[in-house]
Design a protein around this ligand. Structure first.
Ligand SMILES: CC(C)(COP(=O)(O)OP(=O)(O)OC[C@H]1O[C@@H](n2cnc3c(N)ncnc32)[C@H](O)[C@@H]1OP(=O)(O)O)[C@@H](O)C(=O)NCCC(=O)NCCS
Length: 335
């Protein structure tokens, strides 16, 4: 889709000299410069993020991709003709996310109060279009910016995080042992896979993701067991498999893109421990095994993500050393 040309008279806000316009092609260079500046500050806080987006030309391409996504729209803030903030969103699958608009990692930069003005302008159109479920990925280092979005009635839904590949990991606790799976473990792997969406459907996560079934998981494991793209570990407790985790290259994940996708990064893409064995150290054992695999395989970082309302994973992965990089906030309009 082409970036739209402005059709509205700019809104002049009460903030000194600030004008809010619909986002248009002419704003791309200024938005690219702002994203690069944001990313430079982000990398001071988290040097493992990709250096390329510190370059305004690279950042501008990422903004252009956000602006040209299907049904994208957004707003831009200028002061004296200079771009000082922008916000760009586009919808994703309605079955997963409701009548939605997503602002991805390259979709927003600007100071906190300008962010609130940008949202007011962009969300007018989004809600007029019937898109009432809003998702915004924010740089976690910027507490003031995240707080500004909380002051727009958004809540912290999801977290992206990173750590350096570890030089060593602690041995599993007594009674636990970690190994690569064999085909005889497929029923246990399928049961573990089915346990994750079931856990996330419960309070307080209340995820609406598909529950799948044990039979479907079994069939998928039978087919994909030897796929070299994925590296799986299982953990036994007193001789029974109670947990698993899967590592792969981060490129396999569609939710880590643009400034949120470090080059040559590994991804902790799945982990689960059976309900009766949680809290015994099994999650740490398989999570650490994936991180150790990332080191051996020569990756430069390990990335993961979790629902912030998932009490177990939000504690476990920070406990294992993952540091927040992007904070996804969510607002459902209407009440
Ligand atoms: C998330 C999950 C894999 C973690 O496995 P687990 O076996 O329960 O976790 P562990 O006992 O190994 O604990 C891992 C770390 O969490 C942290 N932790 C656990 N409980 C905690 C608490 N109450 N407060 C703070 N930190 C806590 C600790 O750092 C702990 O490691 P440590 O005790 O060695 O320091 C598991 O709980 C699970 O399957 N949850 C449901 C499915 C799921 O959420 N999967 C992940 C999706 S992203």
């Amino acid at each position: 889709m082409q970036v739209p040309t402005p059709i509205c008279i700019p809104i002049v806000t009460g903030m000194t000299g600030l004008e809010i316009h619909p986002f248009a092609e002419e704003h791309l260079p200024g938005a690219g410069r702002l994203l690069a500046e944001r990313h430079r500050r982000h990398r001071v806080a988290e040097p493992l993020l990709p250096p390329a987006f510190e370059d305004s030309a690279v950042a501008e391409k990422a903004v252009a991709a956000a602006a040209r996504a299907e049904d994208a729209s957004g707003s831009v803030a200028t002061r004296g003709g200079e771009v000082v903030g922008y916000l760009l969103g586009a919808p994703k699958s309605q079955s997963s996310w409701g009548p939605n608009v997503w602002v991805e990692s390259a979709g927003h930069a600007g100071d906190p109060e300008t962010a609130r003005e940008l949202y007011a302008a962009a969300a007018t159109r989004w809600v007029d279009e019937g898109r009432t479920a809003h998702y915004v990925l924010l740089p976690s280092y910027d507490d003031d910016l995240v707080r500004a979005w909380f002051r727009l009635a958004f809540g912290h839904q999801h977290t992206h995080a990173i750590q350096a590949p570890p030089t060593e990991v602690p041995p599993p606790r007594p009674g636990l042992s970690v190994r690569r799976p064999v085909r005889a473990d497929i029923p246990a792997l399928a049961r573990l896979e089915a346990s994750l969406p079931r856990h996330q459907a419960l309070a307080p996560t209340f995820s609406s993701g598909p529950l799948g079934s044990y039979q479907e998981s079994l069939a998928e494991w039978e087919e994909d067991f030897d796929d070299p793209v994925y590296t799986t570990f299982v953990v036994e407790h007193d001789g029974t498999v109670v947990g698993s985790a899967v590592g792969c290259a981060l490129e396999r994940s569609s939710i880590h893109t643009g400034p949120a996708r470090p080059e040559n990064a590994a991804f902790l893409g799945f982990a689960a421990v059976l309900p009766e064995a949680r809290g015994l150290g099994a999650g740490r054992a398989v999570g650490d095994a994936v991180a150790a695999w990332a080191t051996e395989a020569g990756f430069d970082s390990v990335v993961t993500d979790w629902r912030e309302t998932n009490l177990l994973s939000s504690r476990a992965w920070r406990g294992l050393g993952y540091r927040d990089t992007f904070t996804r906030v969510h607002r459902l309009i209407g009440h």
